[in-house]
Unconditional design. Structure first.
Length: 95
């Protein structure tokens, strides 16, 4: 979650019904007014994730299961190779 040194203040406008629903939900769960920011950040993260997942599914929807698995395996192997190279040859620190 956010720490005080890496936060951005938003000004958002929501309907009165949404405000009441969210604040009621937080109150039912024993959360305080300050927890609204955490709730909103979590909701936004989930929405971004869902949108990204939907776009990714659409982009690769024409691939069959085997072709998709081959693509995943290739990407996984490339990342593992890069990781192993970094471990074997760590960047030299500049003093």
């Amino acid at each position: 979650m956010a720490t005080p040194d890496n936060t951005t203040r938003w000004t958002v406008t929501v309907s009165k019904d949404t405000d009441i629903a969210v604040r009621s939900l937080l109150a039912q769960r024993g959360l305080k007014k300050g927890d609204l920011s955490k709730f909103i950040e979590d909701a936004v993260r989930w929405r971004v994730f869902e949108q990204t997942l939907s776009e990714t599914r659409a982009a690769f929807g024409d691939l069959g299961p085997e072709a998709l698995q081959d693509l995943i395996d290739e990407a996984t192997e490339a990342v593992r190779h890069e990781r192993d190279e970094t471990i074997a040859n760590p960047p030299k620190s500049v003093s």
